[in-house]
Each structure stands twice: as structure tokens, then as C-alpha cells.
Ligand binder design. Structure first.
Ligand code: ADP
Ligand code: MG
Length: 695
């Protein structure tokens, strides 16, 4: 029931916000910048965080070491420089009980936001620095009406994404003003049986919980309902895409002939790992089925994906089909060609290499062999998917580092066959929950264990006092004929950040080790210059490669056995793991040495303790959330706003089951009861339109 006056009879969810009381033209323009155009958009403009003012205490009671929330008026403020060049914004807050100083290191810009006379809600830890000092992890400028937020009143404040001309305070008051009129207009598209079973609230209740929570737990309950709906819509799309990819045109049912595949097994210089065997079994099952294969093979660098892909390619070839392997760079394509040439030599098969940089005549000859079928296995770059390339009978497409290709590029190569099977390779392990969210349209195989008999990578963390010893170790290794990477977070030293930089490090090491050749690569070098240095490193002409994070993924320099990472605290764990994957590729043991800038955070200790890319991906996801990882699939129209992984994994699993059930009964979501579900998925995910097109 509306509590703040009755709803205007004409109010609808599609009413433009500018017609809502208190909004008007100017604010409507600002709202538009936030993507809020209609009343419905306003309702779905959700807080991005909450401030828990339910535990506000008087400043006099804030004790050193405590995690507290306080409200006070700003009585003094200013920016203070420190010796290390860091600028600290500080403000003194007063309430009825006394005063406390707050400090925001490195956030001098707050001087433009926070003014004397304002009332602030701050939350954070109290420490001792010339007296009690609060280091706020959160703060909120409160309005006049918020001053009733006395310690005992207790409330959870939503904080909304804001924009110029529209403060989060204003948004909060506008949402609050219209919420009770808008909620009755919300229609729940899911049957109550579904959400009730999960102990989730109805949609309108969830929105109320999110906008006007009585407690943090309420807000979380509301979010979970919104997350479930989002995951459900997403899984509808992914399950549908999976069905389409497999069934749209029936695929090739390859037969296991134990001809070339058996010959390869016999000729392999090593025993396959259990994970490799399992992946080959899964691929064989897919390929021998009449449906098309659409599988993703994930595994860290060095887990042996190539040979698994080769088994798949040979299964196609022994069935008189061709197979193509596409890699994102010429360096990687050449590397694959070398590996395949070696492995295929005993079988009398020569892979056909096709690169953009090849001379025209050689390219023409290669294309001819592919077109006539004389070449049975093709390896190449983007050159493979060009219009002028035709295959006689392409039965399998393998795409390495699949995320480096766009959807259309992959489709272009796949389109060169008649419903060929598709195997995608990825060296970026991701947790199961995220894989289901991002790649739920693909079947998945994982390589977790590394082949035995190769050197191990030991990761150690060293303090500043060990720097000399670390450098001596690097020098000794290089003098003994091995090579080293030294990785830094930035290219040049700067005023703002007190960090070691790649250019200065390269100069310093060059001067220190005149007998060694020190190379430098970073993102500001031209691509061909970078390539030149990388090749020199690969060929052993450069012993120490100083680099930012640009070192090419998948680059294989088995002789590089040392990696020093400066300021590892500045990197995400997945990124550190990618970097570390560049060493440990030869027979000897390798060393990854982390030199943190200060105290070692626990996250780095956890990183040093494991080499399992899937475990690290899980930690990384917990630490950073899904944001960055989602980028990889953005081209497919996947954007997740409410769900959080891995926490929401149980919701995700249930959403996938339900989506499967709904689609099994009504593949196009055409039934009357399912129309609202379909409409919402279409509205939420652009790609759904193509997947649920009528006809
Ligand atoms: P990825 O592509 O997954 O990074 P590769 O396929 O390049 O890994 O394999 C890395 C190295 O491991 C190659 O030199 C390959 O010959 C070797 N290798 C692959 N499988 C095995 C195995 N089962 N036992 C020993 N060595 C293996
Ligand atoms: Mg590889």
C-alpha cells in the first residue's frame, strides 16, 4: 500500500522519468546519462553499495583497532603532503561527544568534494597516528534530513551510482518518494513455486528490499532474487545456444577407426596424462555422435592441449575429412606447426602452414592443396579464414586462445566446412561457476595436471632486504646459461606512484651486468620492435628480459627459468599466474621470485603456495569479482549486473536446471505462460533475439 500519498492514476512503468514529481527536464537529462529514461529504469537503478549506519557510535567511543561507523560535522579539513610524496586528505569530524580526525591517503581529490560544515557518515578502522585517527573505507555526505541518523536510530543507507547534476542523495530521495507507487506495477514473470523453493522474495518485495532495506541482510536477500532472475535469463540463452549449435544442422558422425589415432599413440614419446586421456575420451564421444561438437578445452599453459587437439584432428583425418588449427599470432602458429610436424612425421602426414606473411606463390600452393584435399591438416593464423581459402572437406575446426578471436572470425573459419565439429582451446582457466556463466553454451573439458618429467616452478616471496641476493641469483643463473624475466607494473617512474619502473630497471641492470644482454619490452614500444626483442630473447641473444605485462601469452622459451616480479601486490592473482606460466617450460627447475613493495598480503602467500590455475582463478574471482572476466565475452552480449560469483553458484546451478526444463518443454518459449519470460530475456540480453527468433 502506498504510504506517501496515492499514486497518480496515469503512472506506468514506461512513464518517462521527467514526468515524475521532483524530476523535471534538467534532472531527466542527468538521469539519461545513467541510462534511466523511464520509471521502470528508475526502479532498476539499484544501489551499488550500502552504508550500514545501524551501528553508528559516538566518536568518543571509537577505540584504536576497532571497525566503527561515526557521524559528525566537518569542522576542519585540508591536504597534507608526506615525505614520500603521497598526499593525504584529512578532515576533522565533530559530534556531541567530541572530535576525531579522518585521513584518506592518496585521495587529495576529496578536497574538492568534502567541505567544512557538511555532515559525514564515515566507516572504517581506527588506528593510532599522533592520536586516534579513522581511516575511512567508506564515507557518505549526508543531507540535512539525514541528521536524524542519530546513533540509536539505526538504518542502512543505499548509495546509488550518481552523475554530475544528480547526486546519489538526490537519487535516493527520488527513489524513496516514488517507490511505493511503482512497486505495485511490477509483474513477476516467474511462477512463485520457483522462487519460493529457493527462499527468495517476490520481485516487488525484492526491489523494496534492495532500495529500502531494514538491514544489510534484507538488501542481500533482495539482490539474490534479482541475481537469480538474471542468471535464469542468461541460462535460457546459453542452453538455447548450445542446442542450436549442436542441432541446427546435424553434424558428422565420425567413426573410431583406430588408424591414425592409434599410430599417434604408439609413436608418442610420452605417456598421456589422465586428464589428457579423459579429454580425448570426451572429444571422441562428441565427434562420434551425430550432433556437432561444440567443446571448450581449458588448461594452463604447458598442460598439453596441443596433443589432445591433434588426436581430434587425426580422428577427422582418418575419416577422410580435413582439420584446421587456427592461432592468434604468427609466432604461435609457427610454434604449433613445428610441434605438429614433429608428432606427425612417423605417420607420414605433413601439416600445411598458412600465414599472412608468406610469399604469394607459397600461399597459393598451400591454398590449392587445401582446396583439393591433398593437405589434410592446416595450421595458420587469421589467414585461414580469408575468403580465398577453401577446403575440400573440412570436418574439424580447432581454435587456440579462442578468446582472442571475435565471434564472427570463429564463424568465418567454421563456415568453411559443412557443419564441422568445433574445439576451442583456452589457456585461461576459470572456475566452474564462471565457466557456466560465460561458456554455458559449450561443453567443457579441463586439463588440470601438468605432464610429469618437466621442471617444477617454485614461487618464493622475498623482502626488500633480500633484493641483493635475488639479483645475484638472477645473475648466476644467466651466467650459467639460463635466461630470466624481470616484470614490473609500470613503464616509467612517476610522481604519483612510488613504484619501480621497467625503463629504470632495464638501465640499472644493463649497467650492473655489462656482460649480459638486457632487453626491454613494454606496451609503448611499436609492435615490430617488441616482436624483435621477443625473438632475440627466444633465440638466446638476450638473457634478461625486463618487461611490463605485455610478454606474449603462450610464448615458449624453455631456457627461461627465472622470473622476478616487482610489486606483485599491484597485480591480480590470475595475471600473476599468467606471468608465471612463461617459466617452467623446460626440463630444469624454475624460480618465480616475488618482491612485494611492503608487507606481504595473504593473497600473495596463497598464490605462492599453489600452481593450480583453476584454484588461483577461484581465488581471483573471490578477490576481484566478475568484472574483468566478463569483458571476454562482452561481444556475445553477456553482462551480469546482479549476480556475484562464486557466492551465487547454487543459484546459478538451479537457474541452469530450470532453464533446461523450461526449454525442453517449450524450445522457443512460445507458450502463453512463457511469453513474459521470453520478452524479458530478449530485453535483457541482445543476443537472445537471435536465439529465440520466431521461425
Ligand atoms: P599447452 O598448449 O597446453 O600450453 P602444449 O600442448 O604446448 O601445452 O604442451 C606443452 C609441452 O608439454 C609440449 O612440449 C608437449 O610436447 C609436452 N607434453 C604434452 N603432453 C605431455 C605428456 N603427457 N607428457 C609429457 N610431455 C607432454
Ligand atoms: Mg598452446
Amino acid at each position: 500500500m502506498p504510504t506517501k500519498g496515492s499514486a497518480p492514476a496515469s503512472l506506468r512503468l514506461d512513464t518517462p522519468v521527467k514526468f515524475l514529481k521532483g524530476v523535471g527536464e534538467r534532472r531527466a537529462d542527468a538521469f539519461a546519462r545513467l541510462g534511466v529514461v523511464t520509471a521502470q529504469d528508475l526502479l532498476w537503478h539499484l544501489p551499488h553499495r550500502y552504508l550500514d549506519a545501524s551501528s553508528v557510535i559516538p566518536v568518543a567511543r571509537a577505540r584504536v583497532g576497532d571497525e566503527v561507523a561515526c557521524i559528525g560535522r566537518v569542522v576542519d579539513k585540508g591536504v597534507v603532503p608526506t615525505r614520500r610524496g603521497l598526499r593525504i586528505f584529512r578532515a576533522v569530524l565533530r559530534d556531541a561527544s567530541g572530535v576525531i580526525e579522518c585521513a584518506w591517503p592518496g585521495q587529495a581529490f576529496l578536497d574538492r568534494t568534502i567541505e567544512v560544515g557538511q555532515t559525514l557518515l564515515v566507516a572504517g578502522t581506527v588506528r593510532f597516528y599522533h592520536g586516534r585517527q579513522l581511516a575511512p573505507s567508506e564515507f557518505l555526505i549526508l543531507g540535512d534530513d539525514d541528521e536524524t541518523l542519530a546513533p540509536e536510530s539505526g538504518r542502512v543507507l543505499p548509495v546509488y551510482p550518481a552523475t554530475e547534476g544528480l547526486s546519489h542523495k538526490m537519487i535516493r530521495s527520488l527513489v524513496d518518494r516514488h517507490l511505493d507507487h511503482l512497486l505495485p506495477l511490477v509483474k513477476d514473470v516467474l511462477p512463485a513455486a520457483i522462487w519460493a523453493e529457493l527462499a527468495l522474495p517476490g520481485l516487488a518485495d525484492a526491489l523494496r528490499d534492495v532500495h529500502r532495506p531494514a538491514s544489510v541482510a534484507d538488501a542481500e536477500r533482495g539482490r539474490r532474487r534479482l541475481a537469480f532472475d538474471e542468471l535464469f535469463d542468461l541460462q535460457l540463452m546459453l542452453v538455447r545456444a548450445r542446442t542450436l549449435a549442436k542441432r541446427q544442422r546435424s553434424g558428422i558422425a565420425f567413426e573410431v577407426k583406430r588408424d591414425l589415432t592409434s599410430a599417434l599413440k604408439a609413436a608418442l614419446p610420452y605417456e598421456l596424462t589422465d586428464d589428457q586421456k579423459q579429454a580425448i575420451r570426451e572429444i571422441t564421444t562428441d565427434m562420434t555422435a551425430p550432433e556437432r561438437m561444440h567443446r571448450l578445452l581449458m588448461g594452463d599453459v604447458g598442460t598439453g592441449k596441443t596433443v589432445v587437439a591433434l588426436f581430434a584432428m587425426l580422428l577427422a583425418v582418418e575419416n577422410d575429412f580435413q582439420a584446421a588449427l587456427m592461432a592468434p599470432t604468427e609466432l604461435l602458429a609457427e610454434q604449433h606447426a613445428r610441434t605438429l610436424t614433429e608428432l606427425l612425421a612417423p605417420l607420414g602426414i605433413v601439416p600445411e602452414l598458412l600465414l599472412g606473411k608468406m610469399p604469394a606463390a607459397a600461399k597459393k600452393a598451400a591454398k590449392l592443396r587445401l582446396g583439393q584435399g591433398g593437405a589434410r591438416i592446416a595450421v595458420g593464423t587469421h589467414a585461414l579464414m580469408q575468403e580465398s581459402v577453401a577446403f575440400r572437406r573440412l570436418g574439424l575446426v580447432v581454435i587456440d586462445e579462442q578468446h582472442r578471436f571475435g565471434v564472427e572470425q570463429r564463424a568465418a573459419l567454421i563456415g568453411k566446412g559443412s557443419a564441422p565439429d568445433v574445439l576451442l582451446l583456452s589457456a585461461t582457466p576459470i572456475p566452474r561457476s564462471l565457466a557456466l556463466t560465460l561458456y554455458g553454451d559449450l561443453d567443457q573439458s579441463r586439463l588440470r595436471e601438468r605432464p610429469p618429467g618437466r621442471g617444477t616452478v617454485r614461487t618464493t616471496i622475498r623482502g626488500e632486504q633480500h633484493r641483493e641476493r635475488v639479483l645475484s641469483f638472477v645473475e648466476a643463473e644467466c651466467r650459467a646459461g639460463r635466461q630470466a624475466y624481470v616484470v614490473l607494473p609500470i613503464i616509467e617512474e612517476s610522481e604519483k606512484a612510488d613504484l619501480r619502473a621497467a625503463t629504470t630497471m632495464a638501465e640499472m641492470l644493463g649497467a650492473r651486468w655489462p656482460e649480459l644482454s638486457v632487453g626491454l619490452v613494454h606496451g609503448r614500444l611499436k609492435a615490430d620492435e617488441r616482436d624483435r626483442v621477443m625473438r632475440r630473447f627466444r633465440d638466446g641473444a638476450v638473457q634478461v628480459l625486463v618487461a611490463t605485462t605485455v610478454i606474449e601469452v603462450g610464448i615458449d622459451v624453455p631456457n627461461a627459468t627465472v622470473m622476478v616480479i616487482e610489486h606483485p601486490e599491484r597485480f591480480g592473482l590470475a595475471q600473476l599466474h599468467q606471468l608465471r606460466g612463461r617459466i617452467g617450460r623446460g626440463a630444469g627447475d624454475s624460480h618465480c621470485i616475488l618482491l612485494p613493495g611492503g608487507r606481504t598480503p595473504d593473497r600473495l602467500k596463497a598464490f605462492a603456495a599453489t600452481n593450480d590455475g583453476f584454484a588461483i582463478a577461484e581465488l581471483d574471482l573471490k578477490e576481484r569479482g566478475m568484472g574483468d572476466l566478463i569483458g571476454a565475452r562482452q561481444s556475445g552480449g553477456i553482462e551480469v549486473r546482479h549476480a556475484r560469483l562464486p557466492e551465487d553458484t547454487p543459484l546459478l546451478q538451479r537457474a541452469r536446471e530450470l532453464a533446461g526444463q523450461v526449454l525442453a518443454a517449450d524450445p522457443m518459449l512460445q507458450r502463453t505462460a512463457n511469453q513474459p519470460i521470453r520478452a524479458r530475456a530478449l530485453a535483457r540480453f541482445p543476443r537472445a533475439t537471435e536465439l529465440f527468433r520466431i521461425g
